[in-house]
Design a protein around this ligand. Sequence first.
Ligand SMILES: Nc1ncnc2c1ncn2[C@@H]1O[C@H](COP(=O)(O)OP(=O)(O)OP(=O)(O)O)[C@@H](O)[C@H]1O
Ligand SMILES: [Mg+2]
Length: 276
Amino acid sequence: MLTEVSATRYITPLREGGSLPGLVEADDLGTYVMKFTGAGQGRRTLVAEVISGELSRRLGLRVPRLAVLDLDPAVGRAEPDEEVQALLHASPGPNLGMDYLPGSLGFDPLAYAVTPEEAGRVVWFDALVNNVDRSWRNPNMLVWHGELWLIDHGATLTWQHNWPSVANAAGRPYDASDHALAPCRPDLRTAAGELAPLVTADLLAEVVALVPDAWLTADDETADPATLRARHAELLLARAALVSGNITVGEPTPVRRPAPPGWLVAPAPRRAGEDR
Ligand SMILES: Nc1ncnc2c1ncn2[C@@H]1O[C@H](COP(=O)(O)OP(=O)(O)OP(=O)(O)O)[C@@H](O)[C@H]1O
Ligand SMILES: [Mg+2]
């Protein structure tokens, strides 16, 4: 079971996130980033957050603690933004909470070095869950207390949006050329040797059991929660056996800082005798 807490105060929207996550306080005195069941991305993104987030934690990667955060929309009554109000009113009951990492910074490859070993583990894991949202444009990683933390696993397990196509998903290749850690020369061979044996049927059963039933009963869902959990676990088990040979990194996109504005660039020193 994930920890269950109740939201007591809606603090502010986090403007960076496409799904309009909010910062909330809860009755355990924790501060959480809250992701809403009523967001346009739908409940399946929360299913992906739990399965991928908890799986990556069990593979030794750093992910902030997750919780089920019960919401009474009245806790946000002081929030003036109508879009936020609509989101809160569309999301009563269990939502997703993630421990807020105060003072964390968005990952910047020019400011924080990741070893090939760590990069390999992250890329291998992202390939396993088919994460399509950890590119250099939107790294979805934070640096906190000098360490790398993974966030935002909503865009993983993409096959759940089209279960009839699932037959091909286990062997589907993963192109990591755009991955935020591609320039770190990820050591995929070592990562595969370490991580693939850890992805067992027992581990996956433990992870899929953490998803609340309420998120597995979307209106357009055609199967019951137990069947959906079993599908996720079976697919990840099959994919773990195949994915190591199906990852391409290619030529990493070079990381460049945007050129500084002209007024910031010091003029070149004039040589003696040069015309004014
Ligand atoms: N646990 C956390 N601690 C501190 N800041 C966080 C945390 N989770 C998210 N954030 C901040 O909020 C932003 C949005 O979060 P997140 O990426 O999870 O939302 P999203 O709506 O799924 O975003 P998108 O789909 O646009 O990438 C992050 O880029 C980060 O700046
Ligand atoms: Mg994000």
